[in-house]
Design a binder for this molecule. Structure first.
Ligand SMILES: [Zn+2]
Length: 415
């Protein structure tokens, strides 16, 4: 459970009221549905202050009363949740080979989701055109207000300047600044950029980290690239420029191939989806033992792996061992208590997790290993989209000055 700090002396009454509103919103958000009594037991505010703040939040369409629920002593009380009716959040996820645009209500329900492939000949400018086309369609149709657009990008993402500084295979994105282009196009809507693995880490921490009472959670995504997000006591650790967690560019072999980042033998060169597919396609040539061909897709490899195809099993396990090397380096550096693996490689399931776990166990001290739980991110939703939605809430509803009475209704943060 998050502990909220109390306002310090010297803050104006208005500031205190706004602070109270944002804290109440955060409790309701964390709980999903809760009673007024739960809120007052969780934050040190008197009942009258809480009642006043909630009345205003309901009036502003940010909170709504929902179905009755059982109170602690069997009594029934009115539940409160964020209002699903009046505000929306749009989220964009850019990947090397595809992009997604999703529409959320404040409860985090996905109301619409479009995913499009990015063909290799399509320029970033053309992709930008397709993204705004989808967002524009929402804006024309929606009666609700947009409180922000969240954009998640692959790393290394220099958060300080809000730009991708290296995108292996798609270097054009290093020149085309998606965030500033979107800001120029939607100059009246707040836009919040975040590194995709950090967005996903935020979602994973909420869905799994809180329940597992993790203090130091490491989320590793293995898919079109390899990234990670570190969540310490509920906060995503970013580093001085927002680059923290670039595990894909930590070396596992100084004699390995040269990476575009300047280092040799970077983890991503061995463990990304592209690396796996390339290696399998090459080895499938003139190999009569495998069902895979030199045109094998990722889905083909997943199917072959699950039926025990030798080439698929050998290659995926090789990736598991390389990945374990990267994880071991990370473990010795930050001492996590929970490691969650996510993204496309989760399709290989528990056998893949066990292979990674076995290799990690063999390479760290037993007393360190015993403290670590390693699991797959068994969450159906797109973690990056969900995390990006949460990131927008953190920077809008949970920022006291944004939730002054009437502000969202009158001025909006978006349109
Ligand atoms: Zn590198």
């Amino acid at each position: 459970m998050i502990k909220f700090y109390q306002p310090q002396k010297g803050i104006s009454l208005k500031g205190v009221q706004e602070f109270n509103r944002s804290v109440i919103l955060k409790v309701i958000h964390e709980r999903g549905v809760c009673s007024r009594a739960t809120i007052s037991s969780e934050i040190e505010l008197d009942q009258a202050t809480i009642t006043r703040a909630i009345t205003q939040l309901i009036e502003d369409g940010i909170v709504e009363e929902v179905s009755l629920m059982k109170g602690q002593r069997g009594r029934r009380s009115i539940g409160l949740s964020l209002d699903s009716g009046r505000f929306r959040v749009i989220v964009v996820r850019l990947q090397r080979l595809s992009f997604s645009v999703a529409l959320f209500d404040l409860l985090g329900n996905t109301l619409d989701l479009v995913e499009n492939a990015i063909p290799s000949q399509q320029s970033p400018k053309q992709t930008f055109g397709k993204i705004v086309e989808i967002i524009d369609t929402h804006l024309v149709k929606l009666k609700e207000s947009i409180i922000g657009i969240g954009v998640s990008l692959p790393g290394p993402f220099l958060e300080k300047d809000e730009r991708i500084i290296l995108m292996t295979e798609s270097p054009d994105w290093q020149v085309f600044n998606l965030i500033s282009e979107l800001r120029g196009y939607y100059d009246e809507i707040s836009i919040f950029s975040n590194h995709d693995a950090k967005s996903a880490a935020l979602a994973v921490w909420r869905e799994m980290g809180i329940a597992l009472e993790s203090k130091v959670m490491l989320y590793i995504s293995v898919g079109q690239g390899v990234g990670s997000g570190l969540v310490v006591n509920g906060l995503v650790f970013k580093g001085s420029q927002g680059i923290a967690g670039e595990v894909g560019h930590t070396s596992i072999d100084m004699n390995g191939p040269l990476c575009k980042c300047g280092n040799y033998g970077c983890l991503e060169l061995y463990t990304s989806r592209l690396a796996l597919i390339r290696s399998i396609q090459q080895k499938a040539k003139n190999n009569s033992e495998t069902s895979l061909t030199e045109d094998a897709s990722f889905a083909d490899v997943v199917s072959a792996y699950h039926v025990g195809d030798d080439l698929a099993v050998t290659e995926v396990e090789r990736v598991a061992n390389y990945l374990a090397q990267g994880i071991v380096n990370y473990i010795n550096l930050i001492n996590p208590d929970l490691i969650i693996l996510g993204d496309e490689f989760m399709a290989f399931g528990d056998t893949f997790l066990k292979a990674v776990d076995k290799s990690v166990k063999a390479s760290v001290l037993p007393s360190i290993y015993q403290n670590i739980r390693m699991q797959l991110a068994n969450i159906e939703e797109d973690l990056v989209l969900k995390g990006s939605f949460l990131y927008v809430l953190e920077h809008t509803l949970f920022v006291p000055s944004n939730v002054a009475p009437g502000k969202l209704m009158e001025e909006g943060l978006g349109i």
